[in-house]
Design a protein around this ligand. Structure first.
Ligand code: ATP
Length: 322
């Protein structure tokens, strides 16, 4: 193998730049040429390729976002789109690809590398932590720390004014960000997609808190909770506590950006380095993950089947400790 490419795809995540840097520098150290593909699968189809050298990835390890940019690309879902992508890779002489992205990115990579003879190795770049075969995805640690810091700030004002804050955090299908940030900020309740929300129990908790004369009440809601999100919860609470001053905050995209944490940078760097090693070892269609500090390779079709239940002990902790 003489020439490889790297790209980022799907939702951007802090730590992607550290991973790109590690891929590029490991590959150069091993005597490979490296191409950066801009804008994910869209750039692959359109041949948006740039030659990467050591300087191209200088000064980026601490930056959020992705210097290669990302995209959601409908065309890659069709055979014709993937054919165009293959022709571009072949024309550029690319013999292996590192894909940094989430479950959609790996589903696409899995289909592509079974159709065409170019090996793909992935690293898990998503703030959602929703992939099998790794304890942590790149971006998750930073996202929970960003959510925690924002909620800490809101808690100050909630305390000052005796208010109930309902804070919506990211997580369409999984409640990892909601649960971790709820525990870390001492929230009164957390609502996640993995468990059925008991609105009556929530109302009871608020009644008890009222009796205890708690000054601030913080409820964390994952955006994908079946209740419909923070504004819906507020409606329900207002019906029962019309005189309670409630405020809704949607944290939104601040959770995606920002400087990656130390753990993020270290993990992303290691995964990037191991992705190049895996390509050189002849691996394909696998995601590089880290479990208990060990590097583990998981086939793409297994990595995307994430059905981990939320840990009930952590849910109980929120209730017990608030
Ligand atoms: P995140 O978890 O952060 O959203 P992701 O990788 O899951 O990241 P998606 O937008 O779902 O983000 O997927 C990225 C891209 O992968 C899509 O825009 C599309 O080009 C490609 N892709 C997703 N699913 C498929 C599929 N079934 N077939 C082919 N390509 C796909």
């Amino acid at each position: 193998m003489k020439k490889i490419a790297v790209f980022t795809s799907g939702g951007d995540a802090p730590g992607m730049n550290a991973c790109i840097r590690a891929v590029v520098r490991t590959a150069l150290n091993k005597g490979l040429e490296v191409i950066g593909i801009h804008r994910g699968y869209q750039g692959m189809i359109e041949g948006e390729f740039v030659v990467m050298n050591n300087a191209s990835v200088a000064g980026i390890i601490h930056q959020g976002g992705t210097i290669l940019h990302s995209a959601r690309c409908a065309e890659f879902r069709s055979k014709e789109g993937r054919q165009k992508a293959f022709e571009q890779l072949e024309k550029a002489g690319i013999e292996g690809v590192v894909a940094i992205g989430g479950d959609g990115t790996f589903t696409g990579a899995d289909i592509f590398s079974k159709e065409f003879d170019i090996p793909f190795v992935g690293t898990p770049g998503t703030i959602d932590n929703d992939l099998n075969g790794t304890d942590f995805t790149i971006g998750y640690d930073t996202a929970i720390n960003t959510a925690m810091a924002a909620i800490d700030n809101i808690k100050d004002t909630a305390n000052a004014h005796n208010r109930l804050f309902i804070i919506e955090v990211m997580g369409r299908d999984v409640g990892f960000i909601a649960l971790r940030s709820a525990i870390a900020t001492g929230a009164e309740a957390v609502l996640v997609p993995e468990s059925q929300t008991d609105t009556e129990a929530l109302i009871q908790t608020l009644k008890i808190n009222q009796k205890r004369k708690k000054r601030a009440n913080i409820i964390i809601v994952a955006e994908g909770d079946e209740t419909g999100g923070a504004f819906k919860i507020e409606e329900e609470i207002k019906k029962r506590f019309p005189f309670y001053e409630t405020k809704v905050t949607i944290l939104g995209h601040i959770q995606r950006g920002g400087r990656p944490t130390c753990m993020e940078r270290v993990r992303a760097s290691r995964m990037g380095m191991e992705a190049v090693n895996a390509l050189l070892a002849g691996k394909s269609n696998v995601m590089v993950g880290q479990i208990h500090n060990d590097i583990v390779l998981t086939p793409f079709d297994q990595a995307v089947k994430h059905h981990e239940e939320i840990n009930p002990i952590l849910l109980e902790m929120v209730e017990m400790l608030s």
